[in-house]
Design a protein around this ligand. Sequence first.
Ligand SMILES: [Zn+2]
Length: 606
Amino acid sequence: MSYQVLARRWRPQKFEDVVGQGHIVRSLQNSLKEDRVGHAYIFSGTRGIGKTSIARIFAKALRCETRLESGDACGSCRSCEDFNTSSSMNVIEIDGASNNGVDDIRDLIGNIQYLPSSGKYKVYIIDEVHMLSTPAFNALLKTLEEPPEHAIFLMATTEPEKLLGTVLSRCQRFDFRHAGVKDLADHIRKVSVKEGIEFEQEILITELAKLGNGSFRDALSLLDQVLSFSTDKNISEEVFSRSLGVAKTSAIKNIIEGVIEADVQRITETYRTMIAENVSLKNIVKSLLESVFGIISSKDFNDYNRVSDRISKEVFDKASRAELYWIYEVLAQDFAWSLTSIAPEDATEIVIRKVALRNDFIAEVSGGQQTSSGKPQASSSELEQVIEEVVEEKPVVQVLEQPIEPVIEAVKEAKEVEEIVEKTVEAPRKIVIPIPEKVEETVSAEAENKVEEKEVIDNSDKSWEGFLNYLTGVSPASSSNLEQGNLTRPLAYVEGTVAVSLGFPQSSKVFFDYLNEAEAYEKLKTNIAKYFDVELEKVSLILNLVNKAEAEKTSFQSKFEIKVKEEEIVNQNKEKEIASDEMIKHAEDIFGSSIDKIVLNEKNRS
Ligand SMILES: [Zn+2]
């Protein structure tokens, strides 16, 4: 016996077999029970979702002489037997796509006036009815206007909007639900159990369901394809990925972790292996975006388990939310460009690497702040957060990273400090320094002075600074984008109008471009209107690129550059202070070494 494809073998035969279209099934069952049957039905919805299957189940039930309680056909009466023969004169099925001429329709309805040879109804099933030519349609329409009592039309279409209003108005229309991933996964699982198919990982079922794209038929056809690569109905990730040309979960994990940890080598190796294994670019890109999206959601809801196969706990904890939002935005935007570029494979690789190296680039842009060994430094937002948190704390000196051996016990006792300095040969010593309030105050006061000189504000307390703070709460990613630029003209906020002129250095063109996108631009405007409490039409927002010469002439600096400078000052001050601390000097004496690096850390708690 030849192999029958799964989609066909598992085609629903009775109402209860139909998955995910409960509303339609119930309605049809009721109309059968109450004998309220219309003359024309339109079943609309995406492909492979069960439209034709339901049409057949319904047709058979309509004709059955001894219907069951459920509304299903009995399967054994004369009409049911007639239904099972392909030459039935009472159930006539045509495909509108291949029989779309007016003659085809005339053939179909030519003998419509004759009573059925058995049972009560003659049923006409027309698949892809929107494909009929206009003359064919008109011929059909005439019949639909005044159909004989015994004739019922069941028409299926994936594009109901192509049907004339005159047709739709004569039909009962049922819109089939797009099958959700869960419905599809449940169906795949059910079929797999009955067929003795085993998936090595549960996530493969979900992946398959997603690839089914709302269609039961497509999902099962894909399962057939996977099975043809497997020798024993056992589906491993390897088989799955090779047969469907999709990215392995482990490979996607490699790339995501590589992006977060700035591990370009890991990214490149994994990426090129996938390309060599014929994984489509589109698939790689889609999987990456989906995964980052999932990670962001998990971060927002603090639920790591949902993405445990996409990212390790360690890296998950390490990545900040703002960073992940930013990564998603940039990837989504740049992939749109890379996929349509002249060399899509290379361009896509560059996009991923660029995002991975974000901290290095920012450091290069802001001058001097080089990162070592390609590892990312804490992002500016993280540092900010540290500073904010730490302001409330009392100054404390604390050790960071791999505390080494109990050498320091004695010091601990002697000095009554909770955690102190470690002695290490290889690892650089890192000491966490909180920023005392006064330092922070000085810095922000300075910054404010600078801004105040520039700003023309009415008496209200609303300022550009205030807006940026507000935006950080509403949309952290766009706030960090904005910080890549700065006001080029004083903010004008008078009489219910706001005029903002923002400049971006050439090095931040990517952010400038992003903010210039219609959607981002409108969103920014809306947020400005909200914060300054003016009408949207009263917001003037001008974005400019400031070239190097101009920037030098006007000593233009982006917020980000200013911030980095400020942080440097704070750090230098604190480093000086710490280095001259009595206790530290004492510790240096004990260990016979000197401090070589001082960093701020958010874990600092007294
Ligand atoms: Zn029957």
